[in-house]
Design a protein around this ligand. Sequence first.
Ligand code: PEP
Ligand code: MG
Length: 326
Amino acid sequence: WSARLETLRDLPAETADGTRIQLMGNIEFPHEVQHCVERGSDGVGLYRTEFLYLGTEIEPTEEVHYEAYASVVKAMNGKPVVIRTLDLGADKIVRNLGIGTDQSNPALGLRSIRLSLRNLPVFRTQLRAILRASVLGDVRVMFPLVSTLLELRQSKMVLADVMEDLEERNVPFNRDLRVGMMVEVPSAVIMIEPFVEEMDFMSIGTNDLIQYTLAVDRGNKDVAPLYNASDPAVLRLINMAVRAAEHGDIPVNVCGQMSGSPTYTMLLLGLGLRQLSVRPSAIPEIKKVCRSVTIPHCEAVAKHAMTLENARDVKNYLKEDKEPMV
Ligand code: PEP
Ligand code: MG
């Protein structure tokens, strides 16, 4: 298996008819970047930074943030690294900030970008560290759980303010750092056109998008059968987001678990996605699928899937063996 892995590592994620797919890795801990390198990842499409709060009672310093980011950016050696700002709360540990812990509905509560905007010193510390690391490679910054345009604008204002501070202190950073957001709340998809005008890239977070679209807690076993990436409502939202990204000419990525499942690869490529970010262990398998399909075939699959009206039919259809049409 390791020999096969090595052969695959050096081959591009390219469809049988020659369309290059950017296949990137999702990581949480800095050491996981090695898993991306070993599997020939085209970059880190999602760097979750909540790990900095794991097992510590004290607020991470700017240096702690910086060291973590710098090590990943250097290891990727010029390939893109999308650093997501803190997504604390709900399913992700929050103790240390001392707020948001006693909410009866944490997934709808003070979490993620909302928490960052309420704790500006914490947010600014993280942004400073990301900006400092931006001179070491191709760093991009991404805001999680943005649900209104105002939130995106406020986040970008804080970023601009931190940039000005660094400039005054002659600290080097990349002024053209690309700024994007997770598209993972239905309101963001519904309003996607104006969002596209104000960001450089987007990444569809299907884990939360499914949760909020279907009103199904992503971590609750009792409703797990209702949590379904194949639901036509979810597919329509993904389609809307991709169409808007194409229209506005910005890159769009899918970084939820859906993109790491081979069941959905043809559908996602057929909907127009050319970037996927998956857990590093899924890179070889997804690459293999990409290399075995053609875009017209994927488009036909997506077109048919979009006509189906319930999740079970979509899932059954996608799981059928599809003859490669090269
Ligand atoms: C998502 O919501 O799809 C996502 C990628 O982010 P997380 O799983 O960290 O919420
Ligand atoms: Mg999410």
